[in-house]
Design a binder for this molecule. Structure first.
Ligand code: AMP
Length: 585
């Protein structure tokens, strides 16, 4: 197990670590279940250290000793102010603490030591910054087997390496502290960076500051003049409101007890917020144009646009990028996790773990059970990726019924009899009035195509299990083709039969119910209402004698409507009676 390689996204704001497990890239969660770790370090004078979320928790009380955004300083000459912010450490040492914590989480999760890693860096990092990142890894006890570009990692996580040679991908990455736009081109199986433009001082933090300053000004305060502790309270609230406005039309900015007894509260709309953000968004779009220009490409020559970084959750950001490239952006991956996942995929490719990737199979035909009226009830539709599971609740059709037969079917036809039976099992249950028994049926199809059918009487919790070893997935192409073409050929008549059967079942349920309702509530009906119900009943009975599905369905619907008021009245009366009863007791 020693040649396992982890993938690490060492981000400005957040970091994450992952590994390929059984062919799948996964990110590893810490003890709190979090896969994303803030890139923050708290150091006190006595050499105590806290990293990640624990470090951030110190921000409100001991903000001056919490180091964030160290990535901006890695591999650079530091000025005295930076040195002071780093509390006498080097940027590499602080990065090494973050990497060490990620390594610890991975080792704890995996249960063994980790020695090798792939680490991502921004595409614009120069050699000195790459070397410094590598050294930080080594300080944390990791052999850095490769440094890869963040946009490349993002593209890998989106599976864009599958797009084929010469395909071009734009990766728009707006995180907490930095922005960059990279244009990649796949050349002989490897992504090359055609152009990259960015702004190392532009990100979600700037948005927080914009909002906090504007709000503070409304309260008559200059944010820059506050002490660090007070300022971070305004900034934290701004970040909360910002994230909320990515989902809501408005949000209230609330800061209780600033300056001892004063409290501040103001409503901010998404429209207003979009306006405040506009200059920042415009700056990122200008970078997109520059990068396209450098790559000598028109926006429509880019095949895919992917968004990464937490700030791309902002709807106005997404809209601006889509307008710039004239293309809907791919946002199917988690924006905070895409880079770490890509690093993990790269690590898996290097260690060979990715080769064990399981080829996902799909179900060639639908799987289901027969239900009332001889209908096919599909639980797992055709073309579902396996392994998979699905379930549904069923009930008894007849009062006093003691068992339910579950017939497991495969095929695309509407009627059970036209599909293939894979097996059957009888599920006994305690006799109950019609519709009162509850039988849960679950289909579980594992990666080997073995279908396990579990049927449970909810009342007793007793399970019946039927295992179908073969044929659930293992069907010859010719048979699949025959089944599918027959289902297409008979689609019309099949559907008519289903509609007919369903309407007939409904009619058979409704007619006795209407009769019972009339017996109770006939005196509440006007002559007109009575006439309408009688006519509807007659229409349903007449329709049952023909075999025109549509006519029966309409007649049943009409009867349902005609008796709606009566049914409501009966329920109302019953309730009143129950209440009276209660009052009398
Ligand atoms: P990253 O550096 O990619 O982890 O991104 C972190 C940044 O994304 C921070 O500035 C967050 O405030 C921001 N962010 C996260 N979620 C949202 C959201 N729902 N709306 C706006 N910004 C967000």
């Amino acid at each position: 197990m020693n040649d396992i390689i982890v993938g690490i996204d060492l981000g400005t704001t957040n970091s994450a670590i992952g590994v390929v497990d059984s062919g799948f890239p996964i990110l590893l969660a810490d003890e709190e279940g979090k896969r994303i770790m803030p890139s923050a370090v708290w150091l006190n004078e006595d050499g105590m250290v806290e990293i990640g979320r624990k470090a951030l928790r110190r921000r409100a009380l001991d903000g001056g000793r919490v180091i964030t955004s160290v990535k901006r300083l890695v591999g650079r000459d530091l000025d005295p102010a930076d040195r002071e912010n780093l509390l006498g450490k080097s940027a590499e040492e602080i990065s090494a603490l973050i990497l060490g914590e990620l390594k610890r989480v991975a080792e704890w999760r995996l249960g063994h030591a980790v020695h090798k890693a792939v680490i991502t860096v921004p595409a614009y990092f120069h050699d000195g910054q790459r070397q410094a990142t590598k050294r930080a890894g080594e300080m944390a006890g990791l052999e850095v087997v490769r440094i890869i570009n963040e946009p490349t990692a993002a593209a890998l996580s989106y599976g864009l390496d599958q797009l084929g040679d010469r395909s071009r991908v734009a990766v728009y990455d707006l995180g907490g502290g930095t922005f960059d736009l990279s244009i990649l081109e796949m050349q002989e199986g490897v992504f090359q960076v055609l152009a990259t433009h960015g702004d190392t001082q532009l990100g979600g933090d700037d948005l927080d500051r914009t909002m906090a300053s504007a709000m503070a000004r409304r309260a008559g305060i200059e944010l820059e003049q506050l002490n660090q502790q007070e300022r971070s309270r305004w900034l934290m609230e701004a970040e909360r409101v910002k994230c909320s406005l990515s989902q809501r039309d408005d949000e209230t900015f609330v800061l209780p007890f600033y300056e001892r007894e004063k409290s501040f509260s103001a409503l901010l709309t998404q429209a207003q917020w979009n306006e405040w953000m506009q200059p920042w968004i415009a700056r990122t779009i200008a970078c997109c144009h520059k990068a396209l220009n450098d790559a000598r490409l028109l926006p429509n020559e880019v095949d895919a646009v992917v968004l990464v970084g937490g700030s791309t959750r902002i709807p106005a950001v997404r809209a601006a990028v889509e307008a710039c490239f004239g293309k809907v952006a791919d946002v199917s991956q988690h924006p905070d996790e895409a880079i770490a996942l890509g690093a993990t995929i790269q690590a898996g490719m290097l260690s060979g773990a990715m080769k064990q990737m399981v080829l996902l199979d799909i179900t060639p035909l639908s799987l289901g059970i027969e239900t009332l009226g001889g209908l096919m009830n599909v639980l797992i539709p055709r073309n579902t990726t396996i392994p998979c599971k699905a379930g549904e609740m069923f009930t008894n059709a007849v009062a006093g019924q003691k068992a339910m037969r579950i017939r497991v079917l495969q095929g695309e036809r509407e009627m059970a009899r036209d599909n293939w039976e894979l097996g059957q099992v009888d599920v006994p249950f305690a006799p109950a009035p019609k519709g009162q028994a509850r039988i849960g049926v679950q289909f579980r199809l594992d990666e080997n195509g073995i279908l396990e059918v579990l049927a449970r009487d909810v009342a007793t919790g007793i399970d019946q299990v039927l295992v179908i070893e073969h044929s659930a997935v293992d069907v010859s192409d010719a048979k699949v083709e025959q089944m599918v073409s027959e289902s297409v050929e008979h689609a019309f008549s099949d559907m008519a039969e289903r509609v007919w059967t369903e309407a007939k079942l409904k009619a058979e349920e409704l007619l006795p119910a209407v009769e019972a309702a009339l017996a109770i509530g006939h005196e509440w009906l006007s002559a007109e209402e009575r006439q309408s119900i009688d006519a509807s009943v007659a229409a349903v009975k007449a329709a049952l004698l023909q075999t025109e599905a549509r006519v029966l369905k309409q007649a049943v619907q009409k009867l349902d409507q005609a008796t709606e008021a009566l049914a409501a009245k009966i329920v109302e009366q019953a309730m009143e009676r129950a209440i009276e009863q209660q009052l009398m007791n």
